[in-house]
Design a protein around this ligand. Structure first.
Ligand SMILES: [Zn+2]
Length: 435
């Protein structure tokens, strides 16, 4: 399996501007190849290989295209085809997906090489905190060696990326050989399965009713940093905009934010390790397609991007530890009743799940986590004829499920509420009044 090691990179100004210029040319090549792909006849779309061939033609016509490493250009084209495959897989799974988009300046931020002869590493820098790296067509630069930097021939791929913060990073992708076998489904006990509901950046709730509060007590999460960040921001708001004090305070805000980012990363590491050590099956919501398709900087997208990293990390560790990770469709996990499956609309501020159909009551996030687990287990057990513990772990559905028309229940519930609180909040009161 693949393992990615990420290192902070320090590029001299001239090297950085040259690397960024190359990345922007690669973006144009990518856009050109995407257009070429979609403009081709539907039944005769070019393959990865066809477009690599075309590259020579394109560079003859547009000499700028010849400036970056042509290997990196091929890699950028190959990325399109791997994205197209991902889109197709998602479409096959029933998701509605769009087409690959044209990318504007700054939306394409990295270049990659997957042949070791395209780069060199120099471990003898006289300072063991740093290793020097050289990439084809890009000069030497330093990377911070927080952990061992593998020798050149051990990496399958090198990716140089400029983050939106302006910081540069290098990822070295290596292959890890011996990993644990995943336990066969027939040997998995129900108590070794967990569903995880992902909340705001560092908040989770599991189907065993563990949430960040509880996890904090076992040393898995910290929230003091958030208080500090909020405090620093409030202080900033009181300073005169643009003054020396304001500038000083702005830096404190940035520092507090950085601390949170590091903590989140650290927390994600601890959390994923804990999950794969504790459980044989971990079910999570599937969020990973969004960062690829959308480039908007909205808070929701940033949060999804953070969770996409979390899921990636979880899958990586699950492979090492022999744990099944099941990604399930996130739609409706909050609305659905974990006991009977009837859907009840609830706005965000309703923290309790209270089912009008079967009377089941749970914390909102716990109910969602249980649904995620159910979906994961159903997915995992799908297509198997023998009875597995995975199947017996599914909540037993009462005959009510067939008897009750979910739509009718939701409508009855919401109409009850409009009268009561001018919202669609559903409480047991409103239900009993309307019935
Ligand atoms: Zn119910």
């Amino acid at each position: 399996m693949k393992h990615t090691l990420r290192f902070r990179a320090y590029l001299a100004d001239d090297v950085a501007s040259e690397a960024w210029r190359h990345i922007d040319i690669l973006r144009q090549i990518r856009n050109h190849a995407v257009r070429h792909y979609y403009n081709s006849d539907y039944n005769d779309r070019p393959s990865d290989y066809d477009q690599h061939d075309k590259l020579t033609e394109w560079t003859d016509r547009w000499p700028t295209f010849a400036e970056p490493s042509q290997h990196a250009a091929q890699q950028a084209i190959s990325q399109i085809h791997s994205d197209l495959e991902t889109l197709q897989e998602r479409r096959n799974e029933g998701y509605s997906v769009g087409r690959l988009k044209w990318q504007g300046t700054g939306e394409f931020r990295s270049l990659s090489y997957n042949q070791p002869r395209r780069w060199n590493a120099d471990h003898n820098t006289g300072d063991d905190r740093f290793v020097r790296l050289r990439l084809e067509k890009i000069s030497w630069f330093k990377i911070r060696a927080e952990r061992d930097v593998p020798p050149t021939e051990d990496s399958d791929e090198v990716i140089l990326k400029k983050e939106t913060t302006g910081e540069w990073y290098v990822s070295l992708v290596t292959t890890v050989e011996d990993t644990s076998e995943k336990p066969p489904l027939s040997e998995i006990e129900p108590e070794d399965c967990v569903g995880v509901d992902l909340g705001i950046t560092n908040y989770i709730h599991t189907s065993e009713n563990l949430s960040v509060d509880t996890l904090e007590r076992v040393g898995l999460a910290e929230s003091d940093e958030y208080d500090r960040y909020a405090r620093e921001q409030r202080k900033l708001a009181r300073k005169e905009h643009g003054s020396a004090n304001w500038e000083k305070q702005r830096q404190s805000v940035a520092r507090a934010k950085r601390t949170i980012k590091r903590k989140v990363r650290d927390y994600q590491h601890k959390l994923t390790t804990w999950l794969v050590q504790e459980y044989d099956v971990v079910a999570v919501e599937d969020l990973d397609v969004k960062p690829m398709l959308e480039t908007s900087q909205s808070a929701k997208n940033k949060q999804d991007a953070a969770w996409a990293r979390f899921i990636e990390l979880l899958e990586y560790k699950a492979d090492l530890h022999g744990t099944h990770v099941e990604k399930v469709k996130p739609e409706g996990t909050t609305k659905e009743c974990a006991c009977c499956g009837v859907e009840t609309a609830k706005p965000l501020w309703v923290r309790e799940h209270s089912c009008p159909a079967c009377g089941h009551e749970d914390d909102r996030d716990l109910n969602a986590a249980k649904n995620i687990l159910t979906r994961g287990l159903r997915q995992l057990g799908a297509g198997r004829s023998e009875e597995t513990p995975v199947q017996t772990a599914l909540p037993t559905f009462t005959p009510q499920r067939e008897a009750v028309d979910a739509k009718r229940v939701v409508e009855a519930g919401s109409s009850g509420i409009v009268r009561k609180t001018q919202s669609s909040m559903m409480t047991r009161d409103s239900v009993s009044r309307t019935t």
